[in-house]
Design a protein around this ligand. Structure first.
Ligand code: GLA
Length: 395
């Protein structure tokens, strides 16, 4: 073979090897920016969920500014299902949802919102309700007939050796065959490194175990608070992007386990990471502090930035982190996070965030709304304990 032909063959082989990789993002056209909405689990769990709560939540979301701010999906988590009928159809918990799921979906749609539901890839959900294994196509058809727009699939009670990638692929195919656009949320808690394979299968995947409503509290079964999640989200940023997002779990803002400063840090970091923003509190009865956090449009704009980058941790000391995220307009969102017990001054230099020292830029604080113009080389801020200063830098 002459050298020219050999080279061509090598390039063709390289191209063929790369092709599957290049076409490897789920292409259902959904979740081009991180999905926003509400999920019942963090506040209402299994016991507290019922159709009244879901309707009231939808009423509030449509009228309290959340819908206008981008919150869209109303998602029922575990405990809406009780068994299967003789044909294998999933049976709805008639005590909690006496009007049925279709009526609830219609109601949510009538408010201009979208409707989401939950299942599990194993035999039973984590709360021991029926899972979808062996019924994937049947369940997906049912969800589509009800008008489901978003499906979260959990990973409890799976069979020994059950493979996560193939199980979630099966549900992806079932949803596709059902013929309705449905955002697919994979929830195996980061246990089989889903960022490595889930981009081709789901629109979002949990990258972390269950969030706890606390600043720093590692549970022995894996769950953790904010500082545990910071460390787990660091280093997987390149796997996230439009249509396929790393998911650090639903928001705890307003659930009472953290201070207002800690909740601001929580909300800011989810925006920095382009994380799905599913409020997890009782939004029909929230404090003005909680509402102010959930409705901070400047922070939400960072979450929803069309470039869809996940922030990188560009500096870490014993007491603080600096995270930086490139934005579609060439600017940066920067978060100075004080992990320590006392207030501290934190300085981010332009070189930390990928700019030359000589650059001048405006720096706008997204919580206080104060703006400094023509800043050069670096900026500094006093950050309260467990608090954040989050800014938008515009050259
Ligand atoms: C798991 C999930 C949670 C929630 C519960 C429901 O723990 O990670 O988000 O869905 O199950 O039982």
């Amino acid at each position: 073979m002459n050298i020219g032909r050999k080279r061509t063959c090598i390039w063709v082989a390289v191209f063929l090897m790369l092709t599957p990789v290049m076409s490897k993002a789920l292409d259902n056209g959904l979740a081009r920016t991180p999905p926003m909405g509400w999920n019942s689990w963090n506040k209402f769990g299994c016991k507290g969920i019922n159709e009244k709560v879901v309707r009231e939540t939808a009423d509030q979301m449509a009228s309290n500014g959340m819908k206008d701010a981008g919150y869209e999906y109303v998602v029922i988590d575990d405990c809406w299902q009780t068994g299967r009928d003789a044909q294998g159809n999933i049976v709805v918990d008639a005590e909690k949802f006496p009007s049925g799921i279709k009526a609830l979906a219609d109601y949510i749609h009538s408010k201009g919102l979208k409707f989401g539901i939950y299942t599990d890839a194993g035999t039973m959900t984590c709360a021991k309700r029926p899972g979808s294994i062996g019924h994937e196509y049947q369940d997906a058809r049912q969800y589509a007939a009800w008008g489901v727009d978003y499906l979260k699939e959990d990973w409890c009670n799976t069979l020994p050796g059950q493979n996560s990638e193939s199980s979630y692929t099966l549900m992806r195919e079932a949803l596709k065959a059902a013929g309705r656009p449905i955002v697919f949320s994979i929830c195996e808690w980061g246990s089989t490194k889903p960022w490595l394979w889930a981009g081709a299968i789901g629109n979002l995947w949990r990258a972390t175990p269950d969030i706890q409503d606390c600043w720093d509290c590692k549970r022995n079964w894996g769950g953790g608070g904010l500082t545990q999640i910071f460390d787990l989200m660091d280093g997987i940023e390149s796997y996230s992007g439009p249509g396929h997002w790393n998911d650090p779990d639903m928001l705890e803002v307003g659930n009472g386990g953290m201070t207002t400063d800690e909740y601001k840090t929580h909300f800011s970091m989810w925006a920095m990471w382009s994380a799905p923003m599913l409020a997890g509190n009782d939004i029909a009865n929230m404090s003005s502090d909680t509402k102010e956090i959930l409705l901070n449009k400047d922070v939400i704009a960072i979450d929803q930035d069309p470039l869809g980058q996940q922030a990188r941790r560009v500096k870490k000391t014993a007491d603080f982190d600096i995270w930086s995220k490139q934005l579609a307009d060439g600017g940066r969102a920067v978060a100075l996070v004080n992990r320590g017990k006392t207030p501290t001054k934190i300085t981010a230099s332009w070189t930390d965030i990928g700019y030359p020292d000589s650059l001048t830029a405006s720096v706008r604080d997204l919580w206080t709304k104060k703006e400094e113009k023509a800043v050069r080389g670096s900026f500094s801020a006093e950050v309260p304990s467990h608090g954040v200063v989050m800014v938008r830098v515009k050259p």
